[in-house]
Write a protein that binds this ligand. Sequence first.
Ligand code: CMC
Length: 376
Amino acid sequence: MTGPVSEGLDGIAVGETEISQIDGSTGSLAIRGYPIAEVAQEATYEETVFLLLYGRLPTAEELTGFRKRIASNREISNKVKIVIEQAAQEEKSAMDALRMGVAGANLGHERDNPEADAIRLIAVFPTIVAAYWRYRQGKDPIAPRQDLRHAANYLYMLTGEKASEARIEGVETYLNTVADHGLNASTFTARVVVSTQADLVSAGTAAVGALKGPLHGGAPGPVLEMLRTVNETGNPADYVRSTLAGGDRLMGFGHRVYRTRDPRAAVLEDAAHEFYTESDDADLFETAREFEEVAVELLAERVPDRRLETNVEFYTAVLLAGVGVPKELFTTTFAISRVSGWMAHALEQLDDNRLIRPTAHYTGEIDRSWTAIAER
Ligand code: CMC
């Protein structure tokens, strides 16, 4: 087969979606037609999930029922806890533990239907992550509470104490902001899995694996380390120059689709600003702003043909650190949100499914003949 190859499927449309719309040239993102800034500020996470799964905003009554449905699915079985405890004892990463926990999410549950699997997965992600964190501290997991909102319950399960409204709001804004984002690598992975008519638990497990890498969801931890280093040295320009001179990438900058600043960076910067101005210590936030300015200028000198600005991960690190999510849980907190996007896409794929099966140009050897093992 001939014809052009698009490395990394860059710019290739592989289907249609009604879930989220991205314009990479103007830097805009809308969820089911609602601008991301509105979703981030106005919604509770449960409303965002409803919007993603069913395509419209819930009525007050529907939202109450939907919240209950998620809350009543939060428990994980002892079998899953054993796996997570083992992962924590072996000091596996939080994403490894999440992948193992998600793979077992249907243990003790009858296979229902795709929509029930979707709700169950969305509900258990925070429970798995929090259980892992508790085991890492040598403590027992804290059972989820049905009376708390998704974001509040997540923070509660990490410590056993009810978080302040400011912290809950910070986490909720974050969860709303990153819940869906077109055909990013992990969402595409989920769609590929269900396109084979496999179940949604398999899709969620595979998607966790795809999200783990630093080119996708693994960047905010390194961003925080970078900002802390710069905070100490007080010299952002030196940091940027030496990173780029060493051939390394600057974490939290650049994006496959955006040729502008990632619109989610603006939303999360605002949320971080709001949070930090109310706290005593706005140092990290100030460092981040200064770093961004310096880095964008130096990146433009270094890579003049590609506009490199902050992506979602940059202010994710600042906001999540502020609201007290441990750095080790940044990527799993991303997953706690994005699982709703994965599930919405998986259901959309199933709705009008065709097996996803692309091709590759073969560039290997041809016309060889077999050499017997004794003669090699
Ligand atoms: N720092 C320095 N140079 C960069 C960066 C960066 N962060 N990003 C891109 N470039 C340059 C680089 O020079 C590259 O040229 P070369 O091939 O010579 O290395 C050129 O831009 C094109 O890069 P690319 O790898 O073809 O771009 P891509 O569309 O494949 O990659 C990206 C997008 C996000 C993987 C990349 O910008 C990157 O590695 N960023 C740093 C990691 C990061 O912040 N990841 C989080 C991504 S956003 C979260 C999400 O939506 O999942």
